[in-house]
Ligand binder design. Structure first.
Ligand code: THU
Length: 160
């Protein structure tokens, strides 16, 4: 028996202005996408902006449903949009932001577990890491160098 430590690392930024201009632009796009989210039930709007390796930016936001489980997260809306429109394109990075009309979201909002699983499929297939950059409405920004760094012991097609 042995105990192992799983380590991950992230960079914390105190302000969007500390990001590269490419990433600032991506986050600005995520904010614009967030504003268009359809979240009448949770009042929690999320926006995601994906940068493809051809330079194109793909946007997504959460889309809710009166039948609650039928709604979908911003990240999966965006990655599936990219996957269906640009099946062979690599995703370089994703910016994510969340805001609520109920309270101020002042801490970074990472992608949910199901979104991490979904995104991992694309990172594994493209054999290049996808940088994940996430924030709330205000406050610090977290950047990780890959999706899999957020998903230790993950499930993938090698088990099938
Ligand atoms: N949501 C996202 O869009 N992304 C996440 O990673 C977490 C949650 C959405 C789903 C739902 O519309 C609302 O936020 C509240 O859970």
């Amino acid at each position: 028996m042995k105990k192992i430590d799983i380590r991950t690392s992230a960079t914390i930024f105190d302000s969007v202005s500390e990001l590269s201009s490419e990433e600032q632009n991506l986050m600005t796009n995520a904010i614009e996408a967030r504003k268009k989210a359809y979240a009448p039930y949770s009042k929690f709007k999320v926006g995601a902006a994906l940068l493809l390796d051809n330079g194109e930016i793909i946007l997504g936001n959460n889309q809710e449903s009166a039948a609650y489980p039928s709604g979908m997260c911003a990240e999966r809306v965006a990655i599936w949009k990219a996957g269906s429109d640009y099946p062979n394109m690599k995703v370089k990075k994703i910016a994510i932001t969340a805001a609520s009309t109920e309270n101020l979201v002042n801490k970074p909002v990472g992608p949910c577990g199901a979104c991490r699983q979904t995104l991992s499929e694309y990172e594994i297939n493209q054999k290049e890491p996808i940088e994940i950059i996430f924030m709330g409405e205000i406050g610090q920004i977290v950047k990780t160098e890959s999706l899999l760094s957020l998903l230790p012991f993950s499930f993938d097609s090698s088990y099938l």
